[in-house]
Design a protein around this ligand. Sequence first.
Ligand code: PMV
Length: 335
Amino acid sequence: MKKSDVVKFILAECNNQLPKNNMGTAFAPTNIALCKYWGKRNQDINLPMTSSLSISLGDKGATTSISLAEKDKVMLNQQPIDMDSTFAKRLLAFLDLFRTNKNLSFNVETISTVPIAAGLASSACGFASIVMALNQLFGWELSEKELSIFARLGSGSASRSIWQGFVEWHAGKNEDGMDSYAEPFLSDWPEFCIGLLIVSDKEKTISSREAMQRTVTTSTLYSAWSKQVEQDLPLLKSAIRNQDFASVGKTAEANALAMHATMMSSWPPVIYNTPDTLTKMQKVWQLRADELEVYFTQDAGPNLKLLFLAKDRPDVEFIFPEVQLIQPFKETSKQ
Ligand code: PMV
């Protein structure tokens, strides 16, 4: 199945092929996975090998407005984007899926509140906000499950950015991916804090798309990664339900390390860590030895995301003065 077939299938019930409104505007938060998605069973429509679970970051995300225009135009944080750039090309290829009439052109304006250079997946909130804005523009009235499937076609992790709070993305089994969508798991834990520790703001040497595929095809440890997820996902869900922070932190950290160990065993190897990443990890382990409950998770880059509770915020900020604090649940309630 191709992306365009998925879109046709979902929109088959919608009568309005032309926009119903002048403009669609929507906000979507970015998210950090605590049990990661690493590896696809279908690269065309981004079907994952395993399920995953994330936390959305409150008001850190993207607001996208889409209206009809004479010619396609993209603005990011009030700056026009070069239409020949990789960024614009990826976005336009995604919008092509939704041009119900070939002559439709769009004006897309995105404002991002994701901290600059934080190594946070901006594509997740970007694609999620685009599908939500298109839903409004066309007046499709799609369900959140359908929006999650559309967002998944842009980037896998975007399927989880339709909601706030903890979100689970079900891997699904069907070839058409209609059972591969995310849904909210739980949405309240006000004390839960995330700290961004920037190690480097340079562009990644290898994209997560390429790195994932290399891991699936060359790492002999890949089957162990699937087993790790099978074990971590239920553990995490029960720890979140019970607000057992030590268990959430330990499971999330072990899951991130297992993902990195798996990619490291690919060929050519994929290593996102820098010496500074390892120094920061060691500092976290030393803090835990000194009885401060702080854990980390890490995505496809050298930066770490600390996990801790609000009561330990002064200590964490004292030890890591450069940390950027995010309180996902507090920041949701401000909206
Ligand atoms: O959605 P993508 O293709 O950007 O991949 C995301 C991969 C990780 O961030 C490393 C893990 C995850 O589950 O978000």
